[in-house]
Design a protein around this ligand. Sequence first.
Ligand code: ZN
Length: 235
Amino acid sequence: MRNPFTFAYIEEQLATARRAGYEFIRCIDYVVEKISIPTKCVVMRVDIDENVAKTDRLLTIFSILNIKATFFVRLHGKYNPLEFSNFLTIKRILEDGHELGYHSEIVDESEIWSEEPAACLKRDLKIMSTAFGVEIRGVASHGGRTGLNNLDFWQNRSPKEFGLMYEAYDQEVDFGLFHKSLYITDSEWTQWKSYLNGRLLVGDKRSLCEHLEIEQPLVYLLIHPETYFDRHPYD
Ligand SMILES: [Zn+2]
């Protein structure tokens, strides 16, 4: 099947969910305002994996649809978050009222640099909060090409030990969202993938809208700006 992930497509997916009465909130809102989260709720997460360039398009769509999201930014990938245009985009993320989180590669760092992963995490959080002038309260572990799992760091550790309020896949009482929601992701680039309460829905390629045909009280949606295009996937 042809890759459907155009910007027009994701805008229509999100608009349909909004028309159906879904509120889109940031990860931190789910932690802080758990008692008052909307009855039809999408926790919106954006991982910036390969480049920042297309993030502005998503920001415009989110602004039109009154969607709030958490954007997770890498520090050690191919893009430089401090590059002039990228820095402007990340400033816009904050100015538009979204949350900025750290897209963690601390296990990769510790392996490549022979350093302690906890020290890498503390340094990265300090760099991000200094660079962007905000406290970083959430981390999402990136899956890269090292073959290592950056999530492994959290097996015996709690985000609170590092002054954080959540890790995107944690099982803490305060967050634990992946394990108690319908999680839908575009991480396979050309098709959707989903998990229910932390378990893969094998072979289920339904889109957000198709899932929402049956009312879902709590959706955890992950998208990547690089997935989307106008004319062709490489534009
Ligand atoms: Zn990632």
